[in-house]
Design a protein around this ligand. Structure first.
Ligand code: NDP
Length: 474
């Protein structure tokens, strides 16, 4: 008997995923382009399960039971195509390739279609949870042809994180659906982290707290509705003391955020779909601004702002409420984007399923996801999370504090792009009538772009440069 599944690409993610598979009792063949990683895996962890090391792709493919199930865990982009190209002549019809990396969903759509021509099934599976998750139980978002997923389901559900006995792995939809939702998950993660960073900034510069004091605030927040992995690790990072200086580590880390691209992809897709995903997009821009350290340093000596000051009242609690309300908006936007993409591509993604499999394993795992799952259980067709009774009441209850925090931030000159844009979205969304009538008027005047009216059907144009008469433009 051969191996039930194979993993090629044994850097941190592939190696830990292979160990997770082996620890769950599945015989696994392992391969990496450079032999050293394979040797290291066997040397250090070979006793954890039934591994078959392979030092060439031929050996690797020969070690697998049919239909062959091969997980690729290499760098996203061209390396995935290179591995597929090398594998293809060695495979037979009905074999299954699973790409577990952070591939762009458009690449996955292309690969599903190209491989289908060779009768090879392709599953694009988003895997979240970093190296720890890969080893101990990630959240897995598989997409592709259903018949390709079914044979790998027992392995993927076994190695995934489990919450209340439910695996954090479920079929998402055809072609690029899995990688799309993984991308959106990462986008939401960007928004979550930006909101946390803004809260930290406010607690530092408006409430005058030190990093260890803020760590304790986050620890307390982690006992309430904000309970989540990111809040928990925020407390850990803020409480950590630097070995060399004795200062809080966060105070000596360079304030330039890097990015690998999934947040930008999410924002790009949102723009293409025309979905207002302000929190994620602001988070991407905030990272871009943070990266301009030299310019900011120069500007800090030139551009004036308001004098420093201290916020009054229960400001710490107000920041907590503002964070929660903004987070609701960020998730409402993220889920709306996934729905829009699902409609655009015909994926039939179930938002309730996402809320279920994101409760464990992944970076955005949170108590909050149970609330989202409950909302979609109540109404699977819910068009926007803000319209669910629970979230409507939660945001309504937080909004005074939210407005106070944004007001204070503006007065003190503390930038809160995600808090503020989430509030602007909320106010824009809850308005029946907004100012876009003027935009339409302007467009009609300078470009004869026409407008519709509130009181009559049809399309109209005003003869602005003639006698100002309105004419039908139907
Ligand atoms: P890397 O993204 O650092 O990629 C390194 C691996 O890719 C090595 O095994 C390397 O082989 C292989 N590789 C690169 N180019 C080629 C090629 N042309 N042909 C064959 N193999 C190639 O590894 P990670 O483990 O960090 O991530 C794997 C995937 O998982 C990525 O898509 C990543 O975005 C995603 N991911 C990563 C997470 C993380 O926390 N790191 C979290 C979630 C997803 P060699 O050893 O021979 O150089």
């Amino acid at each position: 008997m051969g191996s039930q599944i194979g993993v090629t690409g044994l850097a941190v993610m592939g190696q830990n995923l292979a160990r997770n598979i082996a620890r769950h009792g599945f015989p696994v063949a392992v391969h990496n382009r450079s032999e050293s990683r394979t040797k290291q895996l066997i040397e250090h962890h070979g006793d954890e399960g039934d591994f078959t090391p392979a030092y060439s792709l031929e050996e690797f493919v020969a070690a697998l039971d049919r239909p062959r199930r091969i997980i690729i865990m290499v760098k996203a982009g061209a390396p995935v195509d290179a591995v597929i190209k090398d594998l293809l002549p060695l495979l037979d019809a009905g074999d299954i390739i699973i790409d577990g990396g952070n591939s762009h969903y458009e690449d996955t759509r292309r690969r599903v279609a190209e491989l289908a021509e060779h009768d090879i099934h392709f599953v694009g599976a988003g895997i979240s949870g970093g190296e720890e998750g890969a080893l101990h139980g990630p959240s897995i978002m598989p997409g592709g042809p259903r018949e390709a997923y079914d044979p790998v389901e027992p392995v993927l559900t076994a190695i995934a994180a489990q919450v209340d006995g439910t695996p954090c792995c479920a079929y998402i939809g055809p072609d690029g659906a899995g990688h799309y939702v993984k991308m959106a998950h990462n986008g939401i993660e960007y928004a979550d982290m930006q909101l946390i960073a803004e809260a930290y900034d406010l607690l530092t510069h408006a409430a005058g707290l030190s990093a260890p004091e803020i760590a304790r605030v986050f620890e307390q927040w982690n006992e309430g509705d904000l309970e989540s992995f990111l809040i928990e690790i925020t407390a850990k990072v803020l409480a950590h003391t630097d070995d060399t200086t004795g200062e809080p580590l966060v105070d000596v880390i360079l304030d330039e955020a890097e990015q690998k691209g999934t947040g930008r992809w999410t924002a790009q897709s949102a723009l293409e779909l025309g979905v207002p995903v302000t929190a994620i997009t602001e988070a991407v821009f905030a990272r871009a601004l943070s990266a301009r350290k030299d310019e900011r340093t120069k500007a800090s000596k030139i551009l004036p702002g308001p004098p420093a000051g201290q916020a009054g009242g229960d400001f710490v609690d107000a920041v907590r409420d503002a964070l929660y309300a903004s987070k609701v908006v960020a998730y409402a936007q993220g889920f709306e984007q996934i729905r829009a993409a699902s409609n655009e591509y015909g994926w039939d993604v179930q938002p309730g399923t996402l809320a279920t499999i994101w409760r464990g394993g992944c970076i955005i795992r949170a108590r909050f996801l149970n609330r989202i799952k409950d909302a979609y259980d109540r109404d699977p067709e819910l068009s926007n999370l803000l319209l669910d009774d629970y979230f409507r009441d939660a945001v309504a209850g937080a909004q005074d504090a939210w407005r106070k925090v944004v007001r204070t931030a503006i007065e003190l000159g503390v930038p809160t792009p995600a808090f503020s844009s989430a509030l602007a979205y909320y106010d824009g969304f809850r308005r029946e009538r907004g100012p876009a009538s003027l935009i339409q008027g302007l467009r009609d005047l300078f470009g004869a772009h026409t407008y519709r009216r509130t009181d009559r059907e049809g399309v109209f144009h005003t003869l602005w440069s003639e006698d100002g008469r309105e004419v039908s433009a139907d």
